[in-house]
Ligand binder design. Sequence first.
Ligand SMILES: C[S@@+](CC[C@H](N)C(=O)[O-])C[C@H]1O[C@@H](n2cnc3c(N)ncnc32)[C@H](O)[C@@H]1O
Length: 329
Amino acid sequence: MRLPSHKLLLAAGVVGVVLAVGLVAAIADNTGLALVCVLLIQSAALLAVVDTRRRQGGLADKVTNHAAALKRVDRTIANVSQRVVTEARASEKALRTEFAGNRADLRDRLGRTRKGIERTLDLRVQDIEAMIQLSDRFELRAAMPPSGRWALNAGGLLKLVDLVERHPIRTIVELGSGTSTLWLSYALERRGTGGRIISLDHDQHFAGITRAELVAHGFAEGPAEVRDAPLVEGVIDGHDTPWYDPASFQDVEGIDLLIVDGPPMASGGLARYPALPMLLSRLAPGAIVVVDDAPRPDEQEMMRRWLADVPGLGRVDQTERQVFLALGE
Ligand SMILES: C[S@@+](CC[C@H](N)C(=O)[O-])C[C@H]1O[C@@H](n2cnc3c(N)ncnc32)[C@H](O)[C@@H]1O
């Protein structure tokens, strides 16, 4: 139970005193004083009622304000919750879409990688089979340098060796010396009807290595001759990439087989393009032109230009890495 405040006690005391004074005045027949006391008590009662109402009114306002504030808080919470839910749904949807896309992309990439690996394995197996056939065909007199990578692959070498053994090819010009120079030497030797190989190399160091290999295999006296042919500018008007010095082949005529396997791509754009413009007049009728690294974009563009510019030139065969072109007879 709440104790009355000091102000209440004081008011009660004052009212009590006024009441007592009024009673005494009434007993003493002092009507005027009694009346004043009654009026004072009535006024005090009226003030008390007004004050209580005012206090009640303030409380009601506070309650109303609190209720309104609570409603506002409620509404804010509801809005925030709604926004959180909406954003969470949107994020979830975006994540699902992205995840589905990534999964499809990953599946696609894995599929392509698997196909690439299978294709590479197939080619390696083909090259191993070709190398077995090549090795079976000849009595090799020393270890052979590797095939593939910088050199022609075994499948391409087998095709070339077959070509040389089955056709009356006498003059072979090879742009870029190496392993192929040795296998072609064995092919001419086994065929036994003569013929020669002129192999141009822009790199003196590797030209020297090929010459040493030829000696090690017993080909010191031919049929292959490796010539140093530095790359020089301006062999063809409008073609900026350097190519083999024309002085290195000025004595060569009647080429039956031209193998385009140099200069290296690093020497510039369309590095091998000059081969046909520069040697066309030296090719024999029906000559075969073998393009190594044929799938590369530069080699594709090179062949497109040659086929467009040289009448009678056509595609006759191809492997995974080489294209065989032939001149009309
Ligand atoms: C594409 S390779 C030509 C290789 C050659 N036609 C063959 O199939 O073996 C181009 C250049 O590789 C360089 N080369 C030759 N023998 C090499 C060797 N043992 N290692 C690295 N490069 C070599 C030569 O300078 C050659 O001109």
